[in-house]
Design a protein around this ligand. Structure first.
Ligand code: PHB
Length: 403
């Protein structure tokens, strides 16, 4: 393939693999800094738009979407949440982020973040090729890396760049370009998965509800006034075919039930998916002329809603260092990237892992494990320090925080 004849050759300073929020936000930020990009993705725009992902943005990330001129739709269609609810032992416990740490989060689905970014690229004349095939990234250990791909119409193209950014998600092929003996992969698999649904029903609660019960975890989120997003813990091998709507609702209701009589508003289930998850980090985040960003370098379980926020933090740093690396500072400007990004990544890895363990029941948990977990949950909600810890981690840390 590498030697095949191509139909066109284009030159840009930065080629980006992956048109998810990380890739598109990077392209948007670089354009503002006067750096041109070409972004390619194997998925079609429609595929990305219709793949359900998480929905919580840190306040800083929400503000960045508005202030960098992506869109202010989040201010109209998003919802600012000043807290969240933990349910366990059949009772609700609110954690009031704003009162505890002065911060809030925004409920705004990742699919909407993507739509805003894709529209902004189109509006600003940025180049994004969706639905490409046979993507190859070549010569990353030189100062002249190339990307080759087949466009949706079958024609073959080459992009010559100074840097390539691998923002190609949790199944990244870019990260495999770092030779095996030069990379370290840290990871953890979990003995459970999430069963996610979209349901046509009115909201059941005004904020997110993270529920723990002896039967396992459930999360009540929302998409719109009429479509709700909910999850419950299931086994990783679960098949959606075994879950008619009645069984889904019975399971969800049992996990949120309590002495306050709380019930979910039910309705037709529009979508059912089993989401497997894991914790993962690859280092280094840079190999020659290629850097990794977002899920390609690190993935977290969705419990703390950190994934998208981490990706946006990576590209905020990259949009600062790449223009310097293209200018007088040269490649050395990239040395900063990994240490600045990774500090937050490991803090988020810890938080996501902690919150997952706090709320889920692992197969084989002993009666001791179950009671200890209730003790931990009680410690979190019954002390100001416990609530503040959760609030601080959930709402995110200052950008590139050293504090
Ligand atoms: C979602 O709305 O899909 C969502 C929200 C919070 C999470 C995970 C997923 O922690």
């Amino acid at each position: 393939m590498a030697d095949a004849v191509v139909d066109t050759v284009a030159s840009v300073p930065v080629a980006v693999i992956g048109a998810g929020p990380a890739g598109l936000m990077l392209a948007h930020r670089l354009a503002r800094a006067g750096v041109e990009t070409v972004v390619v993705d194997t998925r079609t725009r429609r595929e990305i738009e219709t793949t359900q992902r998480a929905g919580i943005l840190e306040a800083d990330a929400a503000r960045d979407l508005v202030e960098t001129g992506v869109s202010d739709r989040i201010l109209r269609d998003g919802h600012e949440h000043e807290g969240t609810e933990l349910r366990f032992g059949g009772r609700a416990h609110r954690v009031h982020f704003k009162a505890l740490v002065g911060a809030s989060v925004w409920l705004y689905p990742q699919t909407d973040v993507f739509i805003d970014l894709a529209d902004a690229r189109e509006r600003d004349g940025g180049t994004v090729h969706f639905g490409v095939k046979d993507t190859e990234v070549l010569d990353v250990t030189t100062g002249a890396p190339r990307v080759r791909y087949t466009a949706a119409d079958g024609t073959r193209h080459e992009i010559r760049a100074r840097y390539v950014v691998g923002a190609d998600g949790s199944r990244s092929m870019c990260r495999d370009l770092v030779p095996e003996d030069r990379r370290v992969r840290y990871g953890k698999e979990y003995p459970f998965a999430w069963f996610g649904i979209l349901a046509e029903a009115p909201p059941s609660a005004s904020e997110l509800v993270y529920a723990h019960s002896e039967h396992g975890f459930a999360l009540i989120s929302r998409r719109t006034e009429t479509v709700q997003r909910m999850y419950f813990q299931c086994s990783p091998g679960e098949s959606v075919d075994a879950w008619p709507d009645d069984r889904v609702w019975e399971t969800l209701q049992a996990r949120v039930a309590g002495e306050d009589g709380f019930r979910l508003n039910e309705g037709p289930v529009l979508d059912k998916t089993v989401l497997r998850f894991r914790s993962f980090v690859q280092e280094p985040m840079r190999w020659g002329s290629m850097v990794l960003a977002g899920d390609a370098a690190h993935t977290v379980p969705p419990t703390g809603a950190r994934g998208l926020n981490l990706a946006l933090h990576d590209v905020k740093i990259l949009a600062e260092v790449l223009p310097r690396a293209l200018g007088a500072a040269g490649e050395a400007a990239l040395d900063d990237y990994q240490p600045r990004a990774m500090r937050r990544v490991w803090r988020a890895q810890n938080f996501s892992h902690w919150m997952t363990g706090l709320l889920h029941t692992a197969p084989g948990d002993s009666p001791f494990d179950l009671r200890r977990r209730l003790g931990e949950l009680d410690n979190v909600v019954a002390t100001r320090a416990g609530r503040a810890y959760l609030a601080e981690q959930y709402t995110g840390w200052p950008v590139d925080s050293q504090g």
